[in-house]
Design a protein around this ligand. Structure first.
Ligand code: KG4
Ligand code: ZN
Length: 347
């Protein structure tokens, strides 16, 4: 069976065709994955402008879906279902994808599947690598989220911890902005950090030990916090504003070392605590060169298999939504035509 996936939760309009392989170890194959990025529109404003994002999704969605079907040599009649990101994300952006998917499913008489955006990021690991040994601990680290999940059974994601304030990708974007490096910040910091000394300046790292009163069900000691680190970079930059290229590279390298270390420490702590048989890291920040290298290196040392998506499947794309949609469809969880976008959808 082939499924059409649609993703419009933020600033990427994406459509993809993903096909079942029949191989339980590597269940899905990508036939097409088309992404229309809005980065050049939002760059001018230093971040995503929700109203501009929704309007651009409307302009792009029809062409992107047609292209995904063409590239995947797939007609509407070849499809078995339509999957769409229902949330979380920007509600105006989500609505464009959800409305399009409902109309398409209804016109083509196909089942509709609503997908959680983070389920998509988690399933990008399986899409790229095949099924992970379970139980697995998976970190989803993106511009909007930094959350750890325990996957004991395929398709079931139990939240272990999350950030108390900024997401890691958001911290990359904000630090890049205050260094005058433009948007999005992650890829620029990743590049500049290679030339920097990662011990050049003093920056704090945060280790939470207490339960968050807003989330008493979580233990809290695996939570993340990045706003203090961001503020420390801001103070450092304000204390001596003229910066050489080398100093900027040093700040990038130090900031990146701290973020990557915190992320990896928590994932491996969680893996030990829950006796995980594998570790996964997904989401936009999993494209980071240092994070990828250190996850793999530490996995090798601890003798636990580690999984990453390809760099192109790290950031937002519809192939991961199609994959998570197939998982949900096979579990019998289809949606009705009153499916609505939900900016704060829980997983
Ligand atoms: O998953 P994603 O495309 O969108 C969300 O669901 O948020 O993630 C985007 C985030 C941005 O914050 C971006 O700066 C970050 O991923 N990112 C990176 C890298 N590439 C993208 N962060 C660090 N290093 C990178 N190479
Ligand atoms: Zn995402």
């Amino acid at each position: 069976m082939k499924i059409l996936g649609i993703e419009t939760s933020c600033d990427e309009t994406s459509a993809a065709v993903v096909e079942e392989t029949g191989d339980p170890a590597k269940p899905w194959a990508i036939r097409s994955n088309v992404i229309a990025s809005q980065v050049s529109i939002h760059r001018e404003w230093g971040g995503v402008v929700p109203e501009l994002a929704s309007r651009q999704h409307i302009r792009d969605i029809c062409g992107v879906v047609e292209r995904a079907l063409d590239d995947g040599k797939t007609s509407w009649d070849d499809l078995g279902a339509v999957a769409v990101t229902q949330g979380p994300g920007l509600v105006g952006s989500l609505l464009v994808g959800v409305a399009f998917a409902k109309a398409a499913a209804s016109a083509a008489r196909l089942p509709l599947v609503g997908v959680h955006h983070l389920a998509g990021h988690i399933e990008s690991l399986v899409l790229h690598n095949g099924e992970m040994p379970l139980p697995a601990v998976v970190l989803v680290v993106s511009g909007g989220h930094t959350s750890l999940y325990l996957v004991e059974h395929a398709g079931h994601y139990a939240l272990l911890s999350r950030t108390r304030d900024d997401a890691a990708g958001e911290a990359f974007d904000k630090v890049a902005k205050l260094l005058g490096l433009g948007y999005p910040g992650g890829p620029v910091i990743d590049r500049l950090a290679k030339r920097g000394n990662d011990r050049a300046i003093q920056l704090p790292t945060t280790r939470l030990t207490h339960v968050d009163r807003n989330a008493p069900d979580l233990k809290g000691d695996l939570d993340f916090s990045f706003s203090g680190l961001k503020t420390a970079v801001l103070r450092h930059v304000r204390s001596a504003p003229v910066r050489s290229d080398q100093e900027i590279a040093d700040i990038c390298a130090t900031f990146q070392r701290i973020v990557v270390t915190v992320l990896i420490d928590r994932v491996f702590d969680a893996a030990r605590r829950y006796q995980a048989k594998s570790i996964g890291v997904a989401g936009g920040v999993s494209a980071n060169g240092r994070l990828r290298a250190e996850v793999q290196e530490r996995g090798m040392r601890r003798e636990i298999p580690t999984f990453l998506p390809s760099v192109s499947l790290s950031t937002d794309n519809a192939a991961m939504i199609a994959a998570a949609g197939l998982r949900r469809f096979r579990a019998g969880r289809t949606a009705t035509l009153d499916l609505n976008a939900d900016a704060a959808l829980a997983l």
